[in-house]
Ligand binder design. Sequence first.
Ligand SMILES: [Fe+2]
Ligand SMILES: [Fe+2]
Length: 325
Amino acid sequence: MISIKRKFMAGQYKLTDKLSYVIANDYRLLQIMSRFGISLGFGEKTITDVCRQCGVNADTFLTVINYVKDGAENRPQRVEHVSVASLLDYLKRTHAFFLSFLFPNIRFHLLNAIDCSVQNEIAFLVLKFFDEYVEEVRKHMEYEETTVYAYVQKLMDGEFVSIENSQLLSRHHEAIESKLKELKKLFMQYYPQTEINEKLNAVIISIYQAEEDLSIHCLVEDNIFVPAVRRLEHQAKTRQVRTEEESDAMLVSNEEQLSEREKEIVVCVAKGLSNKEIADTLCLSVNTVTTHRRNIARKLQIHSAAGLTIYAIVNKLVTLSEVNI
Ligand SMILES: [Fe+2]
Ligand SMILES: [Fe+2]
């Protein structure tokens, strides 16, 4: 993980700070702002006002900019005010920025900068290396979108399916970053340069910026997104347990409830009637009476005639004088 250490201002930004003041202090926050869907032209508005106007969760935006401003240390952040939906939207936009804009743009300038007029195998190997690197990042982002982000979307839709910790955490961040380090090394140490190549230098600088930008993205995923998702999972799990307990309780109370016909049969049992006598009294077949008695036993968990008699008295289905003791 590269160091994102910079000179930064003491104190955290607040929702009441003007966005223009925030951006003026650190240009990188401009990219974060645009990936949250906030465009330029915010005038003298505060963070709260701009976020409200753009439909962005202001607390989430504030958490991310304060994290980056403070040097994006690799440790979990406080996420109780973070909206996972807002953060997910931000991360998806960041992926799109890298894959559809930044990398194609770097490649375009790289092609422009490498010397194709002479035999230069190193240049083409470097280009090949860059393409392989981009492919690796693309696969990683694809994995996140189809597995991790899709899981989180389900979680937000109220569907809770537990996922392994190892699946949620982004395991490939280190691998992606080390490959980019190698690319810079290849350029600077082995690229055959005969004269000052301003174009190539500009490309190398843009690769440095991409490295830092991607590192921030990975750190936000690991230290804000993952803890926020864990919090959401915890809430979903608690909700699920509560729902299961409620439905269990409902099942128990439904099971305890006897139908009118079953109550009639309990009364007959309490009066000492046999199954045949009950069948005759209630105009049922003996088989039907047997089935009813089985259901009564299952619902009440009372299997003996004596037990049913007590149940009938306690529940005022019969009086003591009516029962056969
Ligand atoms: Fe990502
Ligand atoms: Fe990632």
